[in-house]
Design a protein around this ligand. Structure first.
Ligand code: CA
Ligand code: CA
Length: 312
């Protein structure tokens, strides 16, 4: 092969490669919407555990949404019936509403509309890929989880069309399309009105012809375009509690700061302990945290160094 032919062949190869790179679709570029839930640590009796939900809307402005969040186990993590919007993309939105779909608090529907208190205060979310979370879920942990149970709870987003909806500033659905479904129904007449049988007195629906009357209904059904939406679940890893570890650090160590927190709870600020079940250090069966528990903790730390057991 001459050097001239070789260079022409190489040039053609480079051109073909360039065209391939130009036209091969970039997976991320196709996406219109991407949601990710953060991974967090849960702790015994935990309340108000913030779980950030991030959104990237690559192409469209977001003016409203509905999202159904779910946990994959009924215990021990729950959604609280609220979200935190401070420092999020929906900060200042007037309508951010939460509701449960069932009584066990394992699912939460969050609906948001970019309306301010005044009509001109609507804060649409322009296309963006990084930055503030869309919103912050608040979750809680019930009691002290069984240390032998699986410590990870998955937090997922339900992608069923009637539960997952995003609209832009023109109220068009993002990454969804409405599909028209035609529903044809057939009816037979069971009793015609005498004498000329011009009117039917009783209709019955039949699955197939023959028929005396036919109706055609069209319904619009929303379909998610899964090529344009990416949903990433999050996790809550639940750390079992250590009896006496009540200072809120969840360092699994019982020391002077835990005793100070107990004194503060019982006689100073009276502020609730972050893990009340870990404060029942005298193991009383009523699980009440009182002066006896403080005595048990002080004895454990400074006097007899006895072990403590919260009686769980
Ligand atoms: Ca501690
Ligand atoms: Ca007690």
């Amino acid at each position: 092969m001459s050097s001239h032919t070789l260079s022409r062949t190489l040039g053609t190869a480079v051109l073909v490669l360039g065209l391939i790179l130009l036209f091969v679709p970039n997976g991320r570029a196709q996406l219109e919407l991407e949601l990710s839930i953060a991974d967090v640590i849960g702790y015994p009796d935990g309340q108000d555990i913030g779980v950030d939900v991030f959104m990237s809307n690559y192409t469209d402005t977001v003016a409203g949404f509905q999202i159904l969040f779910q946990v994959d186990r009924p215990l021990p993590a729950h959604f609280q019936l609220e979200v935190d919007t401070v420092g999020t993309l929906v900060s200042g939105w007037y309508d951010v509403i939460c509701r449960y779909l069932s009584s066990d608090s394992t699912n939460l529907v969050v609906t948001g509309l970019a309306q301010g208190i005044q009509p001109n205060e609507a804060r649409f979310i322009p296309p963006q890929a990084d930055g503030l979370p869309l919103l912050r879920l608040r979750m809680s942990v019930e009691g002290n989880p069984d240390p032998l149970s699986a410590p990870v709870v998955n937090i997922i987003i339900n992608s069923l069309p009637d539960q997952f909806q995003f609209i832009d500033a023109s109220a068009n659905f993002i990454a969804c399309s409405a599909q028209q479904l035609i529903d044809t129904s057939y009816f037979r007449c069971l009793a015609w009105a005498p004498p000329d049988e011009a009117e039917c007195l009783e209709w019955t629906r039949v699955p197939l012809p023959p028929f005396d009357m036919m109706t055609i209904d069209t319904t619009l059904t929303l379909m998610i375009d899964h090529d344009k939406v990416a949903l990433h679940e999050g996790t809550m890893t639940i750390v079992p509690g250590v009896c006496g570890d009540v200072d809120g650090s969840f360092d699994r160590i019982v020391d002077i700061s835990d005793a100070q927190r107990m004194i503060d709870h019982l006689s100073l600020s009276l502020k609730e302990l972050p893990s009340p079940s870990m404060g029942n250090t005298d193991g009383s069966t009523d699980f009440v945290v009182d002066i006896e528990d403080l005595h048990a903790m002080i004895s454990h730390l400074f006097i007899g160094l006895e072990g403590i057991d919260c009686g769980l």
